[in-house]
Design a protein around this ligand. Structure first.
Ligand code: SF4
Length: 547
């Protein structure tokens, strides 16, 4: 109830922001077009065009208003019990012309765990006028779309996105897919990841006259693709040329007037896979979304691969790929981000979490009566700990599924109550027992301390904490919100100090060397634990460089 009340309040606020934006736009005369223009209109407004001056004036008014609003909202909204996810992308192309909006909706629904701040769908009819219809909004997939909205999105090629802001603020204009009108048609693009050279690229583009309408690095990619498209015959070559300029983490789903294109950064930091159902091809961040819409998993898009789907078939371009030893998939996808029922690059997430739990049990054995996991991502690792140690596995927590992972609380001091509302201890399970509590990570330590307090209050006599990731010591620049050093408890405290601060009887973190047991032969990134970044990273936080 509390959650829906606050969400309603926020949505009223957002609605007024939208009305204000709309008012700004209405007073602007519709005149000639400057190409390319990033469109973020819905189906009804897709044909509107603005002059440069008019866009600037509308944007500057709304930006001033939204900046105030956004800083309030980010503090108000983003108190979570742990790390935020990144984003999820989804694409569908029905070669026989059937509408795909519903499939994209269900695909996004299955990817909701990757981003809950905003979402959007853009579709085009490759057999008709090839206009792009799109709808985006703040909130969960089922907040933004209803049956009517999906029916209005007529088209057989669709791109979808769920967003968690790791770069750029929580604003409706930052929602994706981005839709770009340019002289060769219209592109829709959905991006998961962060670029490390976005600031330089954006400055370059601005000096050559580009006008940005969002504060996200994805727009830099969109601009580059649109510009490159003017010089090459095929949209996939434009994607390739853009990939030569952008550096960082990205999984892209792009729709051009007659093609769906998927691309993954050469190191494979972010996942992307292919599915098929009858004559419809799909692209998705995770295989769980392919399964959710009843399609067959075909394969992963390989690191550095550009794969295009056309009526003439599927074409793969591996010219941007790097040798396997240079591939660095995000290990935290396996520890936390991805859904347990997903398989990424041939490694099942459930299985890799079981192995993490076993590795923890091997490194940090303890005498105890029960192993419990903190929902959701600690549950499977706890099972692995139990299997290796022989200590029984139990469910100590009830999680309120109706509270989003990002719970709304106005002040830091309210975090404890938000944890309690999300998670409740079952006293009958833990009373009088020595508990091993497995969780995926400790960021600031507040949440972990609260959960331990709850367990002890419910009668647990000892709480031994086991963490299925090594201590976070460095920030992430590749599309997750592992924050800056000073906010990471492990950066300034020893394990013993953290144990004391959180009130645990013992504390053991996954050893860095054992991470490889989770993913076998796959190359992976562990930079947030080791500081060994797979590429040159900025010397400061650029996640809000364009705000
Ligand atoms: S730094 Fe950490 S969270 Fe970021 S990509 Fe690498 S492993 Fe993943």
């Amino acid at each position: 109830m509390t959650c829906s009340f606050h969400r309603r309040k926020l949505f009223c606020g957002r609605f007024s922001v939208l009305i204000f934006m709309r008012a700004c736009i209405i007073i602007v005369e519709m005149k000639q077009v400057l190409m390319p223009v990033t469109a973020q209109q819905d189906a009804r407004t897709r044909s509107e065009r603005y002059t440069v001056r008019q866009i600037l004036s509308a944007v500057s008014i709304t930006t001033r208003f939204l900046k105030k609003r956004s800083s309030f909202m980010s503090e108000f909204e983003k108190i979570s019990t742990g790390l935020g996810e990144e984003c999820g992308v989804f694409g569908a192309y029905d070669m026989e012309g059937g509408d795909v909006a519903a499939s994209v909706y269900y695909g996004l629904f299955a990817l909701q765990h990757r981003g809950q701040e905003s979402c959007g769908i853009a579709v085009t009819d490759t057999f008709g006028q090839r206009k792009v219809l799109s709808k985006k909004g703040l909130g969960h997939v089922d907040d933004v779309f209803d049956e009517e909205a999906l029916k209005a999105l007529k088209g057989n090629l669709g791109v979808g996105h769920v967003r968690y802001s790791t770069a750029g603020g929580t604003r409706v204009e930052n929602a994706q897919p981005l839709v770009i009108n340019y002289v060769k048609g219209t592109l829709a693009i959905a991006h998961n990841g962060n670029l490390v050279n976005a600031v330089e690229l954006r400055r370059e583009l601005e000096y050559t006259g580009a006008i940005f309408q969002t504060t996200i690095d994805s727009e830099v990619i969109a601009y580059h693709i649109a510009r490159e498209r003017l010089n090459v015959k095929k949209a996939e070559d434009a994607v390739k040329n853009a990939m030569k300029k952008i550096e960082g983490a990205y999984a892209l789903v792009v729709s051009s007037p007659r093609k769906m294109i998927g691309a993954r950064d050469p190191r494979g930091l972010r996942p992307l896979c292919i599915g098929k159902r009858d004559r419809t091809w799909f692209l998705a961040s995770e295989s769980c979304a392919i399964a959710a819409i009843g399609a067959e998993f075909v394969r992963d898009v390989l690191p550095g691969e550009i794969v295009s789907f056309t009526k003439d078939g599927v074409i793969s371009d591996m010219s941007m790929a790097v040798p396997p030893e240079k591939q660095t998939r995000c290990i935290f996808e396996y520890i936390y981000f991805a859904r347990t029922d997903s398989t990424l690059d041939g490694v099942n997430v459930y299985h890799s979490r079981i192995l993490a739990g076993k590795a923890l049990a091997e490194s940090y054995p303890v005498e105890a009566d029960l192993v419990v996991g903190v929902p959701d991502s600690g549950l499977v690792a706890a099972k692995g700990y139990s299997e290796h140690s022989g200590i029984p596995y139990g469910m100590a927590f009830h999680k309120n599924s109706y509270v989003g992972r990002t719970f709304i609380k106005p002040k830091q001091s309210d975090r404890e109550s938000s944890v309690k509302i999300k998670l409740n201890v079952i006293p009958e399970v833990v009373r009088g027992k020595r508990i091993v509590m497995v969780d995926d990570s400790i960021v600031r330590g507040t949440t972990c301390a609260n959960i331990i307090k709850m367990l002890k209050k419910a009668g647990a006599v000892e709480v031994h904490v086991r963490i299925s990731s090594p201590p976070f010591l460095y920030p992430c620049y590749f599309g997750t919100d592992v924050p800056s050093n000073e906010q990471l408890i492990a950066h300034s405290h020893t394990t013993e100090q953290i144990r004391e601060m959180i009130g645990a009887d013992s504390l053991g973190y996954m050893e860095v060397e054992k991470l490889k047991t989770m993913v076998g032969e796959l190359g992976y990134c562990d930079a947030c634990f080791t500081g060994h970044y797979p590429m040159k990273v900025p010397d400061h936080d650029i996640s809000h460089a364009f705000e």
